[in-house]
Ligand binder design. Sequence first.
Ligand code: PLP
Length: 467
Amino acid sequence: MPEHVNSQLRAIPAVQTIQRAIGDRLPVARVWLDQAIRDELEHIRQAVLQGEPVPPFERILAAVETRARRYAVPHLRPVLNATGVMIHTNLGRSPLPPALMDHVAAVATQYSTLEYRLSEGQRGSRHEHVEELLTWLVGTEAAMVVNNNAAAVLLALSTLAEGREVVVSRGELVEIGGSFRVPEVMALSGARLREVGATNKTHLRDYMAAIQDNTALLLKVHQSNFRMMGFVASVELADLVRLGRQTGIPVMADLGSGVLRPLRIGDYEEPDVPTVVQTGVDVTTFSGDKLLGGPQAGIVVGRRDIIQRMKKHPLARAVRVDKMTLAALEMVLRWYAEGRGHELPLWQMIEAGPEAIRQRAETFMDHLRQHLPAEVRVELEEAWSEIGGGSMPGTRLPTYLVTLAGSEPRDVVEWERRLRESDPPVIVRVSHGKILVDLRTIFPQQKLTLQTAIVRAITGEVEGGSR
Ligand SMILES: *Cc1c(COP(=O)(O)O)cnc(C)c1O
């Protein structure tokens, strides 16, 4: 090793030297500071081995402090979503109403009726808390809730069709982001996939021809995250249900999103659960945190005998829902029952009209202009917000964006990074050399925080990442 590298390695300060220099002036637990020192020194060692000099002591201290503060912040934490994507898969899908969270906290931090029947003083079931609400809201005999909709589909297939065949249209063998693919979930459940029709067209006669002694289920999967156009045909659920009746084979619908009332945006109509149930379908599954606007959950509604078997299946225990989720879901469903569904944050965002958003955006733009240097161009732009979360594909809501651009294209890259690293982090879209801010997904109480974060990110008043 060259001598200058050796001498630089010897010049790296010792852990204790840095510990003493920082003392206890950092408001973080000791473990994060120690880890930060170790990691920063290792980082410097690697740089020195590449021929770099050891940075000045003050610079090392500053780097350690930044690291330690970063380590002390929870990894899973709130962000400001300025993308306008309402069910943002990467940002936690549907936000819950703060008004429900006192109740959730009470259930979580105290003992509860989770599996206890007060009326009898005996063991109860966690399924009881929301079953009546759900059956009342959607019109089925029975209901149960599991960890998420993927688990609901898996449990339903395992219960109804293990070792037997499930008939599905080739146009519905969908992938819902990452690892949920209908053929793979089918394989995992032990059911055998019987594909019928072609990618673009499936007819009732295709299903009829596929049915034999070993057919356990006719499955319809909602094309929740894509749309097919042109020469296409699929079988209506009602026709499939009629075929199921004639042949004595149960019919299941996996809806993905689950709206409780009819929802039409532009020319796109999302099938709502009560209407789907009215076709006479035997089992329906949907998510709790897509268009329902609740917590992550998989909801199964349908025939009593089928749901009874699902509750008793060994897999039910493996995919069971947690008490905090159940507490939140019960409250969300109660809001729907009370006619307060539109007060859920998701519905407030979906139903915010372009005029209301334009007003918010104009006020916000004025405030930003007052605080930003004149060379930053702050403008209003007509655009679209997306529902997201693989819900209502191709559906967009008219919106107004506040856009930000600098004198150099690379300004925007730097601003976006600083916004992401600010506290709380701000997530924005960048397009055509501009930062795009959609206030649709910013809650009223976040507006000032957003304004401050943007001003800081652009003027560089305070380094990003520190509190
Ligand atoms: C989203 C979706 C799922 C998976 O639901 P999760 O709640 O994400 O587990 C399954 N099927 C369809 C059709 C979906 O849209």
